[in-house]
Design a binder for this molecule. Sequence first.
Ligand code: 5AD
Ligand code: SF4
Length: 456
Amino acid sequence: MQENKKNFIKLVNEKISNKNLKYSILTMGCQLNENDSEKMAGMLEKMGYSEISDYKNADLVIFNTCCVRENAEERLFGKIGEIKKIKESRNVILAIGGCMMQEDGMLQKIKKSYPFVNVIFGTHTMQNLPENIYKAIIENEKVKDVIDIDGEIYEGLPIKRNDKFKASVTIMYGCNNFCTYCIVPYVRGRERSREPEKILEEVKALAKDGYKEVTLLGQNVNSYIGNNKIKNFAELLNEVCKIDGIERIRFISPHPKDFTDDVIEAIANNEKICKIIHLPLQSGNSKVLKEMNRKYTKEQYLELVDKMKKRITNVVFSTDIIVGFPGETDEEFEDTLDVARKVNFEQIFMFIYSVREGTVAAKMEQVSEDKKHERFEKLKDLYDSRVDENNEKYLNTVQKLLIEGKSKNNNEMFEGRTDTNKVVIFRPNSENKIGDIVCVKITETHKWYLKGEIVK
Ligand code: 5AD
Ligand code: SF4
């Protein structure tokens, strides 16, 4: 972190350190957003704030926004209204950051309709948070710190992680793909990859701190570009696998069009890489995929899945699917169901298409709301009908679990996750602790969790 940034941390700290001030961050978006929030929290703690979970009781509130889908806006306005009420009775600093602030229309609306917001910052200026908070609390300034050129990569920001055994590590920022429905390339800018050495340093430090699982994050992880020594995503994966102490490695999200054979080899050859691959499908119809600018066809997607199923033992898939993309017909949607049946996804994140102003798809002929909901229900029904059958395949198998904590419903039981992300409940023995990786034999299946018995 640069000296001048550290300086503002110190300056704020001098002013507030004995005041017992509390901060709260509400993260509204994806795991990248979450990882940004962890860095904001790291900076705030160094400034002398301590965390409180209910933002209604905090002295400094940050809303870390997302704009991938439409309903997020209404939710944000509601939250700002709540803070306005609190501000009438006591002093609260409100800072709003994240993707939504990179949209010009939203930025203007916040400035005009909610003039009491103290700090507005975008995705490229998060590292200025200490300076912006300083200006807001000491100089009583209304700060707007949003730039629309791609931000530099800031290394070494302090970080306060949400979890003790699982951590996310951002490996690249931005996206160059311009899928026609998606706002991300407009708000997160072009792709920039972190230096591989910096990534490995971060993962090694995590291992030293006792972390067992890392998720490598990026909008499009398999277009990661390294340097002469560690050239690409496959090589990065291989290097991360060599780090002692890290036992599980995940990554999100890859793009099917960039899923090269060397990445498949890396997954097949490294036991540490979890055998659930998140492979966003979006649509199963080649014409819709073309209109989405996804650059693969239904057949190419299925071929990729088949290739991976052949090469990687016990691989399963999760995916993102959008229903009701502009112009999508009932027959075209049938292809999405067809692919879902064929791949038999372990998990489907289902989204109803939502118009994002400024994207190409916003100007296309829209599908009616009724149709969108009808298709969503169909996809959900298909998925639900497969859950029991999918769970059955775990019965009597021995699964490695990372113990995440006590079961929420039964204090005597522990809860962990398989590498395919299934929740398993089991009765621990006296040696088992949270954060351990243990072997459990699956004895019962339930719709949303499995039950097991410890074998080692
Ligand atoms: N409408 C609905 N879903 C969207 N996604 C991205 N943009 C939109 C949109 N305009 C979904 C995609 C992506 C996930 C993160 O969000 O499925 O993979
Ligand atoms: Fe959006 Fe497509 Fe980039 Fe993913 S790959 S962030 S869906 S533009």
